[in-house]
Ligand binder design. Structure first.
Ligand code: BGC
Length: 417
């Protein structure tokens, strides 16, 4: 039996450890990485920080695209209790920076040479007024299709290279009674499919005119009607129970041979990997047919909220430094399904889909075919993004036809911007 003195010593040591951690080394992290693949990637981050003595206080808020997480964040900031670090996308970062709520990471950025290795498309969101306010942990892209290889092989379906081939492939699957397209009926998921569909219809020029410039003529054009027609085609290939389904459950349908395809960002790959599936053997990854050579990207960044205490500030700097290290970028993104947010990370550890993603990101960046994701906050501020969600979802659910959707898009965007 341990003596009284021994017990007291253990207690005091434990108290000291927890106090010192709470004062100096904890980071409270708000995020929406709650699926199996996402949690696996999050663990890579937690464990990396633990080796540096940084404690983790978890604040998960489920919901792809991060809408629910952003609602929770607003409540926390309003209550004067902002978390230390927050997973955030694109224009949301700018929004908080404009409100003066974010910390300044210039010292760590300068010491670590971020300016030279983070692509300009990401810096546009990581920096505000020339100051670093967020650390990008990855680059995802949304115009991907995930396919069950054994279903395709069984039916003699080759990887589709054009929109028409894709539709024919889905029809062939549907004819056998299987679900052709696994989909979760949530606005952000419909919008994610829309990213790739818009690119497949009109390329980056049309995408930019409509969704970056918000040109009413492009928003209401025949090409936009065609994009909505393609969404209606996709709707005809989903199963009856799609409403409200989470994205990872749709991925599971492809993983478990219940469906042939899913159109989803490359976080879906994290689910396949978590289930022990191998690209090229069990599943295929390819760009939404018609959008080859183009990349609609979104980057998860950790926006750091200004903290009064020095210990918290130090922990933020350490966290930012840790997530930007090349070895961490490789280890994390291999599991997450994304690609590194810095240009100097070797691709050796990545699988074929990851290698393809890395190569296509740098090609698209060089060729001017890299665009910010509409669905994931890299094309517009939240109000415009949400207005687009509303129209895309209403049309997908049959509330109105493609021509009406294009007309409604013009007015919805006009009101929101
Ligand atoms: C995030 C991904 C995440 C996905 C689904 C996206 O907005 O960028 O990191 O895996 O939502 O939750």
């Amino acid at each position: 039996m341990r003596s009284n003195f021994g017990r007291k010593a253990v207690l005091v040591a434990a108290l000291m450890a927890s106090t010192s951690m709470a004062q100096a080394e904890d980071v409270e992290v708000l995020h929406w990485w709650t699926s199996g693949g996402e949690a696996a990637a999050l663990n890579v981050l937690k464990e990396d920080l633990a080796t540096k003595g940084i404690g983790w206080v978890d604040m998960p808020v489920a919901g792809g695209g991060g809408e629910a997480a952003m609602t929770t964040l607003r409540a926390r900031v309003t209550a004067g209790d902002a978390p230390t670090a927050v997973q955030m996308l694109g224009f949301d970062i700018t929004d908080w920076a404009v409100q003066g709520k974010l910390a300044n990471l210039n010292d760590v950025a300068a010491a670590e040479g971020w300016d030279a290795v983070v692509p300009a498309a990401l810096q546009a969101f990581s920096k505000h007024d020339g100051n670093w306010v967020a650390a990008p942990v990855n680059v995802h892209s949304t115009n991907w299709v995930w396919a069950n290889k054994s279903i395709l092989d069984e039916l003699g379906i080759a990887q589709p290279t054009s929109w028409d081939e894709f539709v024919a492939a889905m029809q062939k699957v549907k004819d056998t009674g299987k679900t052709a397209l696994a989909h979760g009926g949530q606005p952000w998921q419909e919008a994610t499919m829309f990213d790739g569909v818009v690119l497949s219809v009109g390329g980056v020029e049309f995408y930019k005119k409509a969704f970056i410039d918000l040109d009413p003529a492009a928003l209401g054009s025949d090409q936009m009607v065609e994009a909505f027609n393609r969404m209606a085609t996709l709707r005809s290939f989903v199963d009856d129970n799609f409403s409200g389904r989470d994205w990872n459950l749709a991925s599971a349908m492809v993983i478990n041979n219940e469906a042939a395809f899913q159109i989803m960002g490359d976080w879906a790959k994290g689910e396949f990997l978590k289930a022990g599936k191998v690209p090229g053997t069990d599943f295929l990854c390819f760009r939404v047919p018609g959008s080859q050579g183009m990349v609609s990207f979104n980057s998860d960044q950790f926006a750091m909220f200004a903290q009064a205490e020095e210990g918290a500030q130090a922990a933020q700097g350490e966290m930012a430094k840790a997530i930007m290290s090349p070895t961490f970028q490789s280890a994390f993104n291999v599991v997450k399904g994304s690609v590194p947010s810095r240009t100097d990370v070797p691709n050796d550890a990545f699988d074929d889909c990851g290698k393809q993603g890395m190569a296509e990101l740098s090609e698209a960046s060089a060729n001017g075919t890299l665009v910010g994701s509409i669905a994931h906050g890299h094309a517009n501020v939240a109000a415009v993004k949400n207005a687009i969600y509303d129209v895309v979802t209403a049309q997908f659910n049959g509330e109105y036809d493609a021509a009406t959707a294009a007309a409604n898009l013009v007015s919805a965007v006009e009101t929101a911007k």
